[in-house]
Ligand binder design. Structure first.
Ligand code: AMP
Length: 388
């Protein structure tokens, strides 16, 4: 599966028997490279900046050692805390990723008794059940920044004794758009805490922010581009023929589970209709949909009830779809970093995958930039044997 130094197994990473049993039950046999490096560092209480390939097991890399720390803390006498104390705070940029991480951690903690309180909170749904669930606090709270600040306003959370802050997809959270909310949240946390930053991309322009946040961090870099399991393809096409080419690729390749990225919400909606005409069952996922509709779209897609999911970048980060074989960029993402995250929805957990980008005349220069950043040069394919 993942390439790991020989002789490394979970039992050499200072994890407790409880967690080793849990890992065994889940079926992980070997730690991935980021797990091998991050787990001991986190257990030592270090700050961490971990750069690791998409789909390389980052959730367990921070989740397992943090669960162990909670178990260790349980044995210590508790400080008196008012309100609803949060021991570990995990922030992510999207609702879907928040939910996914909460579910993964709950799964890892399944055999721990008494049960841990692990909650996920995000916007777009009623806040009251979240407030009720947080009564008495949480061992782990996974949150999107906006909803977390709403909960702060409602006095639903107390960070006086928060020990660890995790930023998953850290560069996205540190980037403009999220940075104000993040600054507000960090201001509420105790100064002395452990900070863990995870992403597949850490653009250099964020270096100063990362440096401000971390104290004597350990830097982990597990990116190994030559080992990528993702076959990247690029097909040139005119803008007008893109719809037809998309349908053609799905039919011809007999692709059964395809994640298509488009840049605009109305393009997603339009493509659903276009594909329906070609008898391809597709659903759209974007921020104009209700959260219930978003969850349903993703779940239907994961369960194979829907063949094509057409999404904006809300689905670009972190989302783990088991054995997803194909990602198609109907539109190119604006930033090369987003390209890495989008195509990283395939080729996960040791599986192969393909990522196809459809580029029109207007995209040529931009795609060259992406190639430069990725240090790749892809052969341009051209397909003319399909009808529009
Ligand atoms: P993540 O990067 O956390 O989203 O994980 C990507 C996928 O890898 C998920 O489906 C995990 O269940 C799986 N995974 C994580 N760690 C391991 C491991 N040590 N062995 C096998 N699969 C793993």
């Amino acid at each position: 599966m993942h390439s790991t130094p020989p002789n490394t197994d979970f039992s050499s990473l200072s994890l407790s028997p409880t967690l080793l049993t849990a890992i065994h039950q889940i079926g992980y046999t070997q730690p991935t490279p980021v797990q091998t490096q991050a787990i001991p560092a986190i257990l030592l209480g270090k700050d961490l900046r971990a750069k690791a390939q998409t789909g390389s097991g980052k959730t367990a890399a921070f989740g397992l050692p943090l669960l162990q720390k909670i178990l260790q803390n349980r044995e210590q006498p508790k400080a008196m805390t008012q309100g609803n104390p949060i021991e570990i705070l995990i922030l992510t940029p999207t609702r879907e990723l928040t939910l996914q991480i909460g579910e993964a951690l709950t799964h890892y903690a399944n055999s721990i008794t008494p049960r841990l309180k692990i909650h996920s909170v995000f916007g777009g749904v009623n806040i009251t059940p979240q407030m009720l669930a947080l009564r008495g606090g949480a061992d782990i709270l996974v949150a999107t920044p906006g909803r977390l600040l709403d909960l702060v306003e409602h006095n639903a959370v107390n960070f006086a004794h928060t020990k660890t802050l995790v930023l998953d997809e850290a560069d996205r959270l540190l980037h403009l758009g999220f940075s104000d909310e993040l600054a507000k949240i960090i201001h509420l946390l105790p100064k002395k805490r452990q900070n863990l930053l995870f992403s597949a991309t850490f653009p250099p322009e964020l270096d100063h922010l990362v440096a401000q946040l971390l104290v004597q961090p350990i830097n982990i870099d597990c990116i190994a581009p030559t080992e990528s399991l993702i076959q990247q393809r690029v097909i040139t096409v005119t803008q007008e023929r893109k719809n037809a080419l998309l349908a053609h690729l799905i039919h011809e390749g007999n692709l059964q589970q395809v994640l298509v990225f488009a840049n605009a919400k109305n393009t997603c909606n339009r493509l659903v209709l276009k594909l329906a005409k070609a008898e391809i069952n597709a659903t759209a996922l974007h921020s104009d949909k209700s959260q219930a509709a978003r969850n349903k779209a993703l779940n239907d897609f994961k369960q194979g009830k829907c063949r094509v999911l057409i999404a904006t970048d809300v689905a670009a980060r972190g989302i783990d779809i088991e054995q997803l074989a194909t990602v198609i960029n109907f539109d190119l993402p604006r930033s090369p970093n987003d390209y890495i995250h989008r195509i990283g929805r395939t080729g996960r957990a040791g599986q192969n995958g393909q990522a196809i980008s459809l580029i029109s005349e207007e995209d040529v220069a931009h795609f060259k930039l992406i190639e430069k950043r990725m240090k790749i040069r892809l052969e341009r394919e051209y397909i003319d044997t399909f009808s529009t």
